[in-house]
Design a protein around this ligand. Structure first.
Ligand SMILES: *[C@@H]1O[C@H](CO)[C@@H](O)[C@H](O)[C@H]1NC(C)=O
Ligand SMILES: *[C@@H]1O[C@H](CO)[C@@H](O)[C@H](O)[C@H]1NC(C)=O
Length: 386
C-alpha cells in the first residue's frame, strides 16, 4: 500500500552509509563538472532543461503491465485517485455502469451528490469498459471524448480497456475489486452496486455500523442458494456445460448490492488468478471465488425488494419508513431521485416503522412495471431469485 514507506525504511537502514554516499556523490559531481567544463565552452554548455516530475499519482494511476483475469494487456484508460489523498474513508462505492449510460450516472450523481457522500465518509467511482456504438445499440453512442469530458467534470470514472459486453461483466466487476486493492485500501468497507439500484444509504450505513468486525472475512448481501444454471439454448443467459458443469451454483450474493472490505477484495482478486473466467459476474466473484477461499456470506435479503413498484409505494407515504432499503430502479431515474429524497426526509423526521398488517406486500397496489425486466444484466437476477 505504501511504497514510499519502503523507501523510508530503506533509507533508515542505510543510515550508516548515508554520509559516505553523499560525500561520494559530491566528489563525483564536482569532478564531472570540472571534466565537462574542460570539454565544453561554459557559455555554450547546454543546460539540461528541468523536467517537472509527474505527480506520483499520475504514474501510479496508469501502470502499463497489469493483468486482469485472463486479459494480459489490461490497462486503465481513465482513472482517478478518489481515495489517495484521503486517510479516513468509511466506504468506497464501486458502481458498475455501461459506458454509454451517461443518463444513469447523471441520475446517480443527482440522487447522491458527492458532497453528501463525503459527509458520510463515502467515496464513489463508476466502473466502465469501452463502448462500441455498433454493438451497444441500446445506448446513444458515446464517444470517448464525451467520457473524458464527463470525467473532467466529476473525476469519478474508472475505465478499463476491454469492450462493453454483458459477457465481459466479470472483467468489470473484478476491475473494481482490483482497483480497490490498488487505490483504496484505507477504506473500511467496499460497497459494490449497479447503477440501476436504488438504496437508502442512511439505513444501509446503520446496518453496516452494526456489523461486528472480527477477523472473519465479510461478504454481505442478498444470498442466493441452490440457483441452477439456465440450460435452455434460447435464453440470453444460456450457460453451457463447459462454462459451468455443475447442476447448481455455489451460494452467492446478488450483484445488485453487496458489502465487503478492501482486504477481502484483495483475497478475491488473488483467487481470480486460479479460477477460470465465468461470465455471470456475481456468481463468479461472490460464489466461485468466495468458495475457493472459504469466505462465507452474511444474508440481508430482508432489506431487498425485487419490485420497483414497492419503492414507488414507499415514496407516496411520508410517514412510514420503507420496508426495503435496496431495490431495482427499473431504469426509472425519477424513482432513484424520489426514493433518495424520501430517505433524506425520513432521516430528518424519524419516520415510523410500518406495522406488519400494513406491509407493502399486502397494501401496495401499483401498476406493474415492465421496465424492471428490461434488457441488461439486471434481468437475470429476478429470474434467478424466483
Ligand atoms: C470482451 O472484451 C474483450 C477485450 O476487449 C473483447 O475482445 C471481447 O470481444 C469482449 N467480449 C464480448 C462478448 O464482446
Ligand atoms: C411481506 O413482508 C413481510 C416483511 O415486510 C414478511 O414478513 C411477510 O412474510 C411478507 N408476506 C408475503 C405474503 O410475502
Amino acid at each position: 500500500m505504501c511504497e514510499k514507506c519502503d523507501y523510508l525504511l530503506l533509507g533508515k537502514q542505510m543510515g550508516l552509509f548515508h554520509n559516505t554516499v553523499i560525500l561520494f556523490l559530491l566528489i563525483c559531481g564536482v569532478s564531472l563538472t570540472v571534466f565537462l567544463s574542460l570539454l565544453f565552452d561554459s557559455t555554450t554548455f547546454p543546460l539540461p532543461k528541468l523536467q517537472k516530475p509527474l505527480p506520483v499519482a499520475d504514474n501510479e494511476l496508469f501502470p502499463t503491465s497489469m493483468e486482469l483475469l485472463d486479459l494480459p494487456h489490461f490497462q486503465y484508460i481513465i482513472n482517478n485517485d478518489v481515495c489517495l489523498s484521503t486517510t479516513t474513508i468509511f466506504a468506497i462505492l464501486i458502481i458498475t455502469s455501461h459506458a454509454g449510460d451517461i443518463e444513469a450516472r447523471s441520475a446517480v450523481r443527482r440522487a447522491y451528490p458527492a458532497d453528501e457522500l463525503k459527509r458520510l465518509g463515502i467515496y464513489r467511482v463508476f466502473l466502465l469498459a469501452v463502448s462500441n456504438p455498433k454493438h451497444d445499440i441500446r445506448y446513444n453512442s458515446v464517444s470517448q471524448n464525451a467520457l473524458v469530458d464527463e470525467n473532467r467534470r466529476y473525476s469519478d470514472l474508472v475505465q478499463g480497456n476491454f469492450n462493453e459486453a454483458y459477457r465481459n461483466l466479470t472483467y468489470k466487476h473484478m476491475m473494481g475489486l482490483q482497483w480497490v486493492t490498488m487505490y483504496c485500501q484505507q477504506a473500511q468497507y467496499v460497497i459494490k452496486i449497479d447503477d440501476d439500484i436504488v438504496v437508502d444509504l442512511y439505513r444501509l450505513l446503520s446496518i453496516m455500523n452494526s456489523i461486528v468486525r472480527d477477523q472473519r472475512p465479510l461478504l454481505m448481501g442478498y444470498l442466493l442458494k441452490g440457483i441452477r444454471p439456465i440450460r435452455e439454448h434460447a435464453s440470453k443467459w444460456f450457460v453451457t456445460q463447459s462454462e459451468f458443469p455443475g447442476p447448481t451454483y455455489p451460494p452467492f450474493l446478488s450483484g445488485w448490492l453487496y458489502i465487503t472490505t478492501p482486504k477481502d477484495s484483495k483475497t478475491l482478486v488473488e483467487a481470480s488468478k486460479t479460477v477460470r473466467y465465468f461470465w455471470i459476474d456475481d456468481t463468479y466473484v461472490t460464489g466461485l471465488l468466495a468458495q475457493v477461499v472459504g469466505i462465507s456470506h452474511q444474508d440481508i435479503h430482508q432489506y431487498f425488494t425485487l419490485h420497483p413498484e414497492y419503492l414507488e409505494c414507499c415514496i407516496q407515504d411520508e410517514i412510514h419508513l420503507c420496508d426495503y432499503i435496496v431495490g431495482p430502479s427499473g431504469g426509472d431515474h425519477v424513482l432513484l431521485l424520489n426514493f433518495q429524497r424520501h430517505a433524506v426526509s425520513c432521516q430528518e423526521r424519524k419516520c415510523l416503522q410500518r406495522s406488519s398488517h400494513r406491509a407493502l406486500n399486502r397494501t401496495c397496489v401499483a401498476k406493474r412495471k415492465i421496465s424492471s425486466l428490461r434488457q441488461g444484466h439486471g434481468e437475470v437476477k429476478p429470474v434467478r431469485i424466483f
